[in-house]
Design a protein around this ligand. Structure first.
Ligand code: SF4
Length: 207
């Protein structure tokens, strides 16, 4: 039923809407993720396609839902910051095409980060680095999440994009929140110690 009154909310500050989304996310939506995940697991027969058991599939989808919600909550601030501020993309080193000496990336242990030498056009990391650098991002190809605070503090970044497994992204979000930096997370669609995979088109859209 339509409202029986008229309204014009244009004079409300943008912070109000951000706060509204944040409160909705923290108070209510968040609690329903378990139910939504359970429904999606059943509907899309996730166990059948992935070999995961029910609990694993639900927990994975819960993290995906949470990341999507956090992305929505942070999107406006992130989009504003990425236009003019210093921005950074954090990539997982396990998505490199090769994990041995065939990967020609150099390694800077002081951060630590790999520096891609673009040896393989079909390497996911190569493609992501190229896309991000064209758009003005600094890029770090990191071996784990523990170096994230150091990276964020080192250059006073104002916007951050992270690619990692769902659990790492959730931890990463806590760190970016502490720094007050708007973030967008892209979860890996295939995890493991090597040959991990993320959707490069989805990353391009975020960048
Ligand atoms: S393109 Fe970069 S990350 Fe990929 S294998 Fe070559 S040097 Fe390593």
């Amino acid at each position: 039923m339509p409202y029986r009154f008229t309204f014009d909310l244009r004079k409300l500050p943008r912070e109000f809407f951000e706060e509204l989304m944040r409160v909705a996310y923290e108070s209510r939506l968040h609690k329903r993720f378990g139910d939504i995940a359970r429904t999606l697991v059943k509907k899309f027969r996730i166990q059948e396609f992935t070999g995961l058991n029910v609990n694993e599939a639900i927990s994975l989808l819960e993290d995906f839902l949470e990341i999507q919600a956090l992305n929505v909550v942070n999107r406006e601030r992130f989009n504003g910051a990425k236009k003019s501020g210093r921005k950074v993309l954090l990539l997982p080193h396990c998505s490199r095409k090769y994990m041995d000496s065939r990967c020609k990336a150099t390694f800077d242990p002081s951060i630590p980060t790999y520096i891609c030498q673009h040896c393989s056009p079909d390497c996911l990391i190569n493609q992501a680095v190229t896309l991000a650098e064209e758009r003005g991002y600094d890029v770090y190809i990191i071996p784990g999440g523990s170096c994230v605070p150091k990276i964020l503090a080192s250059k006073h970044y104002e916007a951050v994009v992270g690619v990692a497994c769902g659990m790492e992204l959730m931890l990463g979000y806590q760190v970016t929140r502490q720094f007050g930096i708007p973030a967008q997370g892209l979860p890996l669609l295939k995890n493991g110690c090597a040959n991990t995979w993320f959707d490069i088109k989805a990353l391009e859209k975020i960048l």
